[in-house]
Design a protein. Structure first.
Length: 241
């Protein structure tokens, strides 16, 4: 059962969640005041949903497993004009979300990505970092965007995101968002955010198998033909390239 929708807030924060009971209290306590946390329970076997609900988050249940499925469910449930995405494992600090969201709110960017800066070597395993570097190069070749990281902390306007028609429901979702945004002429920017060791077990980049699956999903996204989507707004004349 989903919690009732509160009145609209300036920003909604989508938090994909799979067995993150240990990290949730820290994460939710650091959501900016007045912003709404949307925790998307993606089939947790612990009490993540109950903890999130007790801490005041709006809880959405998405039974279809996959990072993209959870993000899409959260985006669909959002009502605020601007939507942020943030991992729910305490690797990223939600108090930094205003810095990521600021350029979207003031109209200077259409999509902002948090470029991860590891606080310790343990925060980002070597195989995951190498995969990210390769991906950044592929993004540049495909879109012209000079990005350094496909950061999971990001912000954009909700209606514009919905208009992109994102279809990936697994690890390719974040990449598909960037590629389709670039194709639509969005201004894409990066801002640095600290990246700490996650709380609990990693489902993707903490393992070679998870990383390989993510790479496969992302290669499939990069192979897609360009899809025409509306620009993010009348001001989105640049490409961020």
């Amino acid at each position: 059962m989903e919690t009732p929708l509160p009145p609209p807030t300036p920003v909604d924060v989508v938090l994909p969640c799979l067995d993150e009971a240990e990290a949730l209290p820290w994460v939710l306590d650091r959501i900016p005041s007045g912003w709404r946390a949307i925790v998307v329970d993606n089939g947790s076997t612990d009490n993540s949903a109950d903890i999130a609900r007790a801490l005041g988050a709006h809880v959405v249940h998405e039974q279809r497993r996959g990072f993209g499925a959870a993000c899409n469910a959260g985006l669909t449930a959002a009502t605020a004009d601007v939507v942020c995405f943030c991992d729910c494992d305490a690797s990223l600090d939600p108090t930094l979300l205003p810095a990521v969201t600021g350029p979207v709110l003031d109209g200077s960017a259409d999509l902002v990505l948090g470029r991860r800066r590891p606080t310790t070597p343990r925060a980002w395993p070597p195989h995951a970092r190498m995969a990210n570097l390769a991906l950044a190069q592929m993004i540049r070749q495909r879109t012209g965007l000079r990005l350094h990281d496909l950061g999971p902390m990001r912000a954009a306007r909700r209606e514009a995101l919905l208009a992109l028609g994102l279809t990936d429901r697994r690890s390719g979702y974040p990449l598909q968002m960037v590629v389709r945004a670039a194709d639509a002429g969005w201004r894409v920017a990066e801002t640095e955010v600290p990246y700490s060791p996650r709380t609990g077990r990693s489902k993707v980049t903490g393992t070679w198998r998870g990383t390989w699956q993510a790479v496969r999903d992302m290669r499939a996204v990069l192979a897609e033909p360009p899809v025409t989507a509306p620009a993010a707004g009348a001001s989105a004349a640049g490409t961020g390239r």
